[in-house]
Design a binder for this molecule. Sequence first.
Ligand code: NBP
Length: 271
Amino acid sequence: MSGKGDIGLIGLAVMGQNLILNMADHGFTVVAFNRSIEKVHAFLANEAKGKSIIGAESIQDLASKLKTPRRVMLLVKAGDAVDNFINQLVPHLEKGDIIIDGGNSEYQDSERRSKDLAAKGIRFVGTGVSGGEEGARYGPSLMPGGNKEAWPFIKDIFQGIAAKADGQPCCEWVGNDGAGHFVKMVHNGIEYGDMQLIGEIYHLMSAIGISQEEMADTFTEWNKGELDSFLIEITRDILKFKDTDGQYLLQKIRDSAGQKGYRKVDCNRRP
Ligand code: NBP
């Protein structure tokens, strides 16, 4: 692949890889980098093969392979990893270059990063990314905020790869500094509230003896009315899903959940 990249992306876990493939499908050339370099080599040899995707061996290499103003997106674990990469990137960037954090960072961290980087002449964008693996691959909802001077330079890529609703991209500039990650936090809060409600409804229905098949029928009906949504739809599918032995899979799954980087929650344990 010759020529320079339109955007660099650091972080080749599930979100980063799928977002890169989505960008490449939309005609952008992406330079890919990851802390563990073997993931860059594996990605180039497999999923990225034959696409407009270039590998970078170091941060310096990444910066040298990008058009200016450089656009570099981070999709790494929120917290110190983001600050570490920003610190490594800055010496290789020029005034007007853009750093985009697409992870689930705390909005106060994005406010701080936006202000610190503005003082160095670097434009920071903190963006919410929603839709998980499939969204990243085929169309996420994007909530960018930060230094508005960056928006004209990233708008085409962001609105190009975003999901479309009635032909309109699910992506618009949401405000200054930490606004993108604040909107993502509110978005996740609504989603978790929805999931809590669904969990409680399942619990109540089970307690009064409603069968799983009947529950699935009820969710099917709800999905035809004002509750029509992704979460109601997948709950119906999950309720209906049977294991290879013909038994419902849901009843075999332990009622516990883990969180990345935080604490494991076991719902069977009572305080
Ligand atoms: P993860 O959140 O699992 O992060 C993996 C990436 O972070 C890898 O590239 C890994 O590098 C890198 N990393 C870690 Br872990 N610690 C690091 C450190 N100390 N220094 C440098 N790099 C480090 O990946 P993900 O699930 O793809 O999510 C990426 C971001 O997007 C996260 O902030 C996540 O919260 C957010 N997000 C995820 C989803 C989703 O559905 N998964 C949806 C929306 C947003 P390595 O390969 O060298 O270990």
